[in-house]
Design a protein around this ligand. Structure first.
Ligand code: CP3
Length: 355
């Protein structure tokens, strides 16, 4: 039993007393206690691969703010790391792979990893669930097959992922194989997170928005649909799913038809227009510009309340940012945000009930 299940109810589009809120990268470098634990772990991967420390940082933002969900502390790149690509995070530089997947031989050598290599993730999920003791739900996650392919092919971050986009035109067969292997790996990985106790799972498709519409359907949305179908076909209780394609605003009706229960919106989307475009078919998650959190509490309250009001009184809104919290965010602005979402959404519901 979960005491505060507003997040799960909103995902099912059931009424809730307030709009639930959680934030992408809610455990991260804007929190001094995160930086202290990370220093103790020695490196980002040292932190992510230690279940006790991963559980500790997962719970840090919940100790400060009345968030309505926890998200597993890990990274999307654990999956290609387990495929043998050799992940590291150089200080201040972001992710790097020792090996890339660019030619025929490298693509043929790819396989769904042995899930035993990702045991640290499932152990962290089980430990977090135990420590949460039913207070709020725990969200598990994975990268989308395409977003993982971006890092695997490019070998790290990139301003434009030009190598991947060139491959989409020059060797669509090879890119298609990479995302197909990734889809099977991600489905197995999320299923294992669910078995370990995750109450919902989210696909982070950070780079799908770089593609033309037909390539997006083929290389990003299609493989995500395959992941969702594989999860839906599992025996046992259905765990709700969220798909977030950053830059996917133009394709919302198609994303909403993917089989996901919720669709994440980046900050460029008008959330009222998004609701009109998808009707009542899915929950919507978003979509405050993370840079608003670099202003001041009054501005944060004003902008957050505007999104709550624009989302409307109907069930099915989960408040979040349009992308992850940025490192310089003052924690007091996060406190103001969570408070404003809860207070404004209660007021909106009371007004709707009275009219
Ligand atoms: O949301 C959460 O609080 C859960 C934890 C989480 C992290 N990464 C922790 C992290 C999640 C859900 C992710 C997803 C992730 N990782 C994505 C998809 C979402 C997005 O942000 O677009 C991507 C593309 C990655 C890959 C990745 N990991 C990059 C590009 C970087 C470096 C950039 C940066 O912000 O420094 C990471 C590292 C990372 N993952 C950090 C955290 C808290 C910072 C690393 C540190 O502590 O040094």
């Amino acid at each position: 039993m979960i005491q505060n299940d507003t997040f799960l109810r909103a995902l099912r589009r059931e009424p809730t007393p307030h709009t639930p809120v959680w934030l992408m990268r809610q455990a991260g470098r804007y929190l001094p206690e995160y930086n202290a634990t990370r220093a103790k772990a020695g490196s980002f991967m040292g932190l992510a691969t230690n279940p006790a420390l991963a559980a500790e940082v997962t719970l840090q933002p919940l100790a400060r703010f009345p968030l309505d969900a926890a998200i597993l502390f890990s990274d999307i790149l654990t999956v290609p790391d387990a495929m043998g690509l050799g992940l590291s995070f150089a200080e201040g530089e972001g992710p790097r792979f020792a090996r890339t997947v660019r030619d025929e031989a490298a693509v043929r050598a790819l396989a769904v990893p042995d899930l035993a290599k990702l045991r640290y993730v499932f152990d962290a999920v089980a430990l977090i669930k135990r420590e949460l003791a039913g207070r709020v739900p725990l969200i598990g996650f994975a990268g989308s097959p395409f977003t993982l392919a971006c890092y695997m092919i490019e070998g790290g971050g990139s301003p434009d992922f030009a190598t991947v986009r060139r491959m989409a035109y020059a060797r669509p067969d090879l890119l298609g194989e990479v995302v197909a292997v990734n889809a099977r790996a991600v489905a197995a990985y999320l299923a294992a997170q669910i078995d370990a106790g995750a109450d919902a799972v989210m696909l982070f498709d950070t780079w799908g928005g770089l593609l033309p519409a037909d390539a997006y359907r083929r290389f990003s949305l299609g493989p995500m649909r395959d992941v969702l179908a594989a999860l839906a076909a599992r025996p046992g209780p259905r765990v709700p799913t969220i798909v977030f394609t950053k830059g996917g605003g133009a394709w919302l009706p198609e994303i909403a038809a993917s089989g996901a229960d919720g669709v994440g919106l980046d900050w460029t989307v008008d959330i009222a227009a998004a609701r009109a475009a998808v009707g009542g078919r899915v929950a919507l998650q978003g979509n405050l510009d993370p840079l608003v959190l670099l202003t001041d509490p009054d501005t944060v309250r004003r902008e957050a309340s505007a999104i709550v009001r624009a989302a409307g009184p109907a069930p099915g809104h989960i408040f979040n940012l349009g992308h992850g919290i940025v490192p310089g965010t003052p924690p007091e602005n996060v406190a103001a945000l969570v408070e404003a979402v809860h207070a404004t959404s209660r007021t909106v519901r009371l007004a709707a009930a009275a009219s």
